[in-house]
Write a protein that binds this ligand. Structure first.
Ligand SMILES: [Zn+2]
Length: 134
């Protein structure tokens, strides 16, 4: 085991510590935080499986000999669910409203007989009348 190798508290996998999430119990306040700080440390694979196992058995609390607050687990879940990004301040929230998908629209149009070209007198005639004049 190399000097920089650490062990995951869940699956016992050994890897360089840069490959793990680090949870630190600060000295001497015993505050628990992530990534940085002097104190007792626990390491966890950045995977949902290892985080879930650690949370179920409260392995981090045991390893650090202090109760790990829920906020720490929440922060860890955010790390696991989002891919590791060097720049952490990039909100990747795309606007994708849950409207009908193009696939369902296409199937509706294909199955509708009124969609045939040249056979739509009712629609074209009623459309101008329903418009409000300016
Ligand atoms: Zn692991």
């Amino acid at each position: 085991m190399a000097p920089n190798d650490r062990r995951c508290v869940s699956c016992r996998r050994v890897a360089p510590k840069s490959a793990f999430l680090r949870i630190v119990r600060l000295h001497p306040t015993h505050t628990v935080q992530l990534d940085q700080g002097m104190g007792r440390s626990a390491y966890l694979c950045p995977t949902a499986a290892c985080l879930e196992a650690a949370q179920k058995r409260d392995r981090l609390s045991r390893m650090l000999k202090v109760k790990v607050p829920a906020s720490i687990y929440e922060a860890l879940w955010q790390r696991v669910q989002s891919p590791p990004a060097p720049v952490a301040s990039t909100p990747a929230r795309g606007d994708t409203p849950p409207i009908a998908s193009p696939a369902s629209l296409g199937s509706q149009a294909a199955s509708s007989p009124a969609a045939k070209p040249g056979t739509s007198p009712a629609c074209e005639q009623s459309a101008p009348q329903s418009r409000s004049p300016k």
